[in-house]
Ligand binder design. Structure first.
Ligand SMILES: [Zn+2]
Ligand SMILES: [Zn+2]
Length: 146
């Protein structure tokens, strides 16, 4: 009897074992977890990036993920702290581009920057201003038509 051909040859391929590092996408420093990475970005660089959705990293048909930094693993890559993306660990620019495009880092303004900003008037200020203007108009009309 002849063996039937393997219907799913992909299953026979070995996955690449990869160890993920959490590199800051701005300065490249390695942090111990996605949370410390996000906190570092916030505290040092003053940018907010989102936390990952809760849950485990999904299975990937190309990679198996190794938690132990001592291995054994074949390659090491930079992991995005905000999603499950990872990029080659010699390519911080790829990680940086991914985060800027996918997660829209938000600049946190320093307090002195807030002070320089024009203070927006709230509604009651507007009402007050309009009332004052109307009073002025009224007195002008009264002067003209009296
Ligand atoms: Zn940094
Ligand atoms: Zn991401």
């Amino acid at each position: 009897m002849i063996n039937p051909p393997d219907k799913n040859p992909k299953n026979k391929l070995d996955k690449i074992s990869v160890h993920l590092e959490y590199a800051c996408f701005i300065c490249g420093i390695i942090l111990s977890s996605s949370k410390t990475c996000i906190n570092h970005v916030e505290a040092i660089h003053r940018y907010l990036i989102p936390f990952r959705p809760a849950g485990r990293r999904p299975e990937n048909s190309n990679f198996s993920y190794v938690r132990d930094p001592n291995g054994p693993w074949t390659i090491e890559e930079y992991a995005c702290p905000s999603c499950w993306y990872h990029s080659p660990s010699d390519d911080l620019e790829a990680l940086n581009e991914h985060i800027r495009e996918e997660h829209n880092p938000t600049r946190i303004m320093k307090e002195e920057e807030y002070e320089e900003e024009d203070v927006e008037m709230d509604e009651s200020d507007y009402v007050q201003e309009i009332t004052t203007k109307l009073d002025e108009l009224k007195s002008i009309f009264e002067e003209v038509f009296s």
